[in-house]
Ligand binder design. Structure first.
Ligand code: B12
Ligand code: SF4
Ligand code: SF4
Length: 280
């Protein structure tokens, strides 16, 4: 369920102001799941009573299409140091947006989680997003939605004491599709018609063909008009090259404190895990 700055909530305190504020920052795709539903599939160490005691509902914030990217570009044009001084400019933009939305809407309760690779608590955002009605699993391994296709970035989750009405689940999207994603993959990364992270990762180790894009994701016809712009794709897949290109496009000089990182395919499997993996 996609909620643009509106939500039917039976609670006394409404999160609608918060949702509107974050919508302006590009977090335009929002869903709700109760903690009791979340707890049914969450790992023991990620149960809500451990990571967010007192929470009753979870609001999951995502960006569909290029809205968040455009909002970040507008900010970077005004604030060059948000690119030059930040290790992860997009993550930092989201943290600032959440902090100012909390302040503006007097939100003090609850616990916030982010999908960043260096997050202290590693919430499984794909499962959370599906439970919160932001999309459905796809052959591609990504959460997919009829409007946004696979062009959804999962950005933040607010475990709140508010009792909110849950969002409806999204119906399967891949059923009946001719699956052009399979043929578009040069790395034979699909096993039994389903994306396999190990095969995809192995292909990245031996070929540069997918260094700056995923042909299978590009081939998906669902939400094709919401595909990320070229510069955003480059930034997500190869941040080293991407942030240089971004600085050039914005006319920001060479005083970069961070070089960015190259693709880290395989890091998740080698023990450094999600900590070092790209999370955009
Ligand atoms: C580590 C990581 C990677 C690693 C490994 C991914 C993996 N194991 O699947 C690498 C580097 C390979 C990677 C690559 C990419 N990633 Co990544 N990645 C993550 C990260 C940081 C953690 C994932 C993780 O380790 N989860 C926990 C472990 C235990 O899960 P797991 O073992 O992989 O799988 C379990 C569950 O996740 C679940 N599961 C597995 N797959 C799926 C899929 C669905 C739909 C569901 C519901 C459940 C589910 O079942 C598994 C067994 O219990 C997440 C952010 C996050 N915090 O969730 C982003 C995340 C999953 N990545 C994302 C993206 C976009 C990508 C890339 C496209 C590259 C990019 N940066 O643009 C590629 C391609 C991935 C693809 N085709 O699916 C997005 C996905 C958005 C979406 N629409 O689904 C996330 C959520 C980040 C974000 N901010 O939005 N990624
Ligand atoms: S990144 Fe390349 S190998 Fe992996 S699924 Fe996409 S097209 Fe296939
Ligand atoms: S191309 Fe079709 S089968 Fe593949 S992910 Fe997109 S909708 Fe699903």
């Amino acid at each position: 369920m996609s909620m643009k700055a509106s939500l039917q909530v039976p609670s006394k305190i409404s999160p609608n102001g918060l949702i509107r504020s974050l919508d302006l920052a590009g977090l335009n795709h929002v869903g709700v799941v109760s903690v009791s539903v979340y707890d049914k599939t969450a790992k023991a160490e990620l149960q809500s009573k451990i990571i967010a005691p007192g929470a009753r509902s979870i609001l999951v914030f995502a960006s569909g299409g290029a809205a968040l990217w455009r909002a970040m570009l507008a900010d970077l044009r005004e604030n060059h140091t948000h690119l030059t001084d930040e290790a992860h400019p997009l993550d930092a933009f989201v943290y600032r947006a959440v902090d100012s939305a909390k302040l503006a809407n007097d939100i003090k309760d609850g616990t916030w989680f982010y999908p960043a690779g260096d997050a202290k608590v590693h919430v499984d955002f794909r499962s959370l997003a599906v439970a919160a009605g932001l999309g459905t699993p796809s052959r591609l391994g990504l959460v997919i939605h009829p409007r946004w296709g696979p062009w959804i970035g999962l950005r933040a989750a607010w475990f709140t004491p508010l009792d909110l009405a849950p969002s409806k689940p999204v119906e399967p999207v891949c059923t009946g599709c001719a699956a052009p994603c399979l043929d578009a993959c040069p790395g034979s990364a699909f096993v039994g018609g389903q994306w396999d992270v190990q095969r995809c990762s192995d292909f990245h180790q031996r070929s540069a063909l997918c260094a700056q894009s995923c042909g299978s994701r590009m081939a998906c016809p669902v939400g094709a008009s919401e595909r990320y712009p070229e510069l955003e794709l480059l930034y997500h897949y190869d941040r080293k090259t991407g942030r240089k290109a971004l600085a050039k496009a914005l006319g920001i000089g060479a005083d970069q404190k961070h070089q960015g990182v190259g693709p880290l395919w395989g890091a998740w499997a080698s023990g450094s895990g999600a900590k070092d993996a790209k999370a955009d």
